[in-house]
Write a protein that binds this ligand. Structure first.
Ligand SMILES: C[S@@+](CC[C@H](N)C(=O)[O-])C[C@H]1O[C@@H](n2cnc3c(N)ncnc32)[C@H](O)[C@@H]1O
Length: 206
């Protein structure tokens, strides 16, 4: 369309006047494809008292969309972990307040390497891994995500196919190594630009 105001696949959330997502919009951290994937795998969690965690919150787009569209039960919660590397803390907290969901979110401004000092093992129904893109950090994040995920829970790794090296590496080799080593302790449920897996029941956790 000639007078298109947004990217063709820009989610409605990014155009909502309550929020400011300037860099999220230009970097495309949150898109219709991601919403579709979240709907498909997490839609069953609506109106259930589930616990989600995300590594990498930035300006809050994924957090606010998830709180608004999936975490609809009054006792459902989202734990957010971010080292504020991109100085998005004020924007994130302002957006979260504007969403009306602040009371169901816990925010840890920490490096994701330290995550298990702050949250219990085998505790979360879903973990979204969307922090650093450097392979060693991605490997730490996906291992920690496995450990803090409940048996039967899901882990979604964003940017599995991200191409621009960060500190000299990209996520894919780290995620591939993890998948190879875990064998049948995990079940891949989606593999495209993002990779999602289920932690099988009965697997030893930590
Ligand atoms: C791609 S953005 C997250 C986007 C967000 N999930 C969304 O969809 O809008 C990545 C975020 O991860 C954070 N980050 C990067 N490395 C990190 C680390 N080692 N520990 C914790 N957070 C980190 C950055 O500060 C940034 O806010």
């Amino acid at each position: 369309m000639f007078f298109q105001r947004h990217f063709p696949d820009e989610p409605a959330l990014l155009g909502d006047r309550r929020y400011r997502f300037p860099r999220t919009r230009s970097w495309r951290t949150w898109t219709i494809d991601r919403e579709t994937l979240f709907e498909r795998w997490l839609g069953v969690c609506r109106n259930l008292p589930v616990k989600f965690l995300e590594i990498g919150s930035f300006e809050g787009a994924s957090a606010i969309w998830t709180l608004s569209n999936i975490l609809t039960h009054p006792d459902s919660t989202l734990t957010c972990v971010d080292n504020n590397h991109l100085r998005s803390d004020k924007q994130f907290l302002a957006n979260l307040e504007a969403s009306g969901h602040r009371s169901r979110a816990t925010v840890h401004w920490i490096d994701s390497h330290d995550i298990r000092r702050h949250v219990p093992d085998e505790h979360f129904d879903f973990i979204y891994v969307d922090g650093s893109h450097a392979a060693p950090n991605v490997l730490f994040d996906v291992v920690n995500a496995f450990l803090i995920c409940k048996p039967g829970g899901l882990v979604g790794c964003d940017d599995y196919l991200f191409k621009t090296p960060e500190a000299g590496s990209v996520p894919k080799p780290a995620i591939d190594s993890f998948v190879r080593l875990m064998g049948d302790r995990i079940e891949i449920v989606h593999s495209a630009y993002q990779l999602w897996f289920r932690k099988r029941e009965g697997t030893p956790g930590a």
